[in-house]
Design a binder for this molecule. Structure first.
Ligand code: HEC
Length: 203
């Protein structure tokens, strides 16, 4: 009998410690540890972060897909975001395509003819005379929020996806503006849109 007791006694702590261990593991499930306070994001991001965020947003929201002229199916980044090239003259809409087709796109990807007339993607570089170099941040935000030409004019035409971009936060729109102000200014005077008779507003 003397030899049996130590076996029982030695098992009690073993079972107990297993129970404690299982309890600890179970308690940990589904309760991710709170991140240490020092890893929390700073309240005010420095300006350089805004430029980087703007670059990121402009990239994933594909401003280049429309505002940078294409050559052989690729955006020509030497003319990044300079809009429809002034030397590609388009003065009248092309013949309307037969149904079910609705839109005709220039090979530069910058002139779009549809029921709204012909729209030309604008110069988003900070060139003061032909781009948005003279625009304030507030005007830029308004242009996209309200979908108005130069922030105050006629309604922006398709395919500018302003109604979706209007849902960006002020901070994100300001970041896109901050980024655009850092890119190379390119002198390129985009033609006025060709509006069908009776369309709202003028260029
Ligand atoms: C699907 C094509 C398309 C995409 C993508 C696009 N745009 Fe546009 N954008 C246009 C067209 C076309 C116009 C000209 C509309 C007009 O004349 O009414 C325009 C006009 C604008 C205007 C108004 C300029 C003015 O003179 O009033 C701003 C600002 C603008 N775009 C910014 C952007 C930014 C920033 C992005 C990316 C985040 C972007 N666009 C992405 C097609 C596009």
């Amino acid at each position: 009998m003397k030899g049996v007791i130590p076996v029982h006694v030695s098992r009690i702590p073993l079972l107990f410690s297993s129970f404690v261990l299982v309890s600890i593991l179970t308690a940990g499930c589904g309760q991710p540890a709170a991140p240490p306070a020092e890893q929390a994001a700073p309240a005010a991001a420095p300006a350089q972060d805004a430029v980087e965020r703007g670059r990121y947003l402009a990239t994933v929201m594909d401003c280049n897909g429309c505002h940078t002229p294409f050559v052989k199916g690729e955006p020509d980044m030497t003319r990044m975001l300079s809009g429809h090239p002034q030397d590609v003259a388009i003065t009248a809409p092309p013949p309307r395509p037969a149904a079910p087709w609705a839109v005709v796109l220039s090979d530069t990807n910058t002139a779009w003819a549809g029921p709204w007339g012909v729209s030309f993607t604008t110069n988003l570089t900070p060139d003061r005379a032909t781009g948005i170099g003279g625009w304030s941040e507030q005007l830029f935000i308004e242009a996209i929020r309200q979908g108005k030409k130069s922030g105050v004019g006629r309604p922006l035409l398709p395919p500018m996806p302003w109604a979706m971009y209007a849902k960006l936060t002020d901070e994100d729109l300001a970041a896109i503006y901050a980024y655009l102000m850092t890119i190379a200014p390119i002198e390129n005077r985009v033609p006025n849109a060709i509006l069908p008779a009776g369309a709202p507003g003028t260029n």
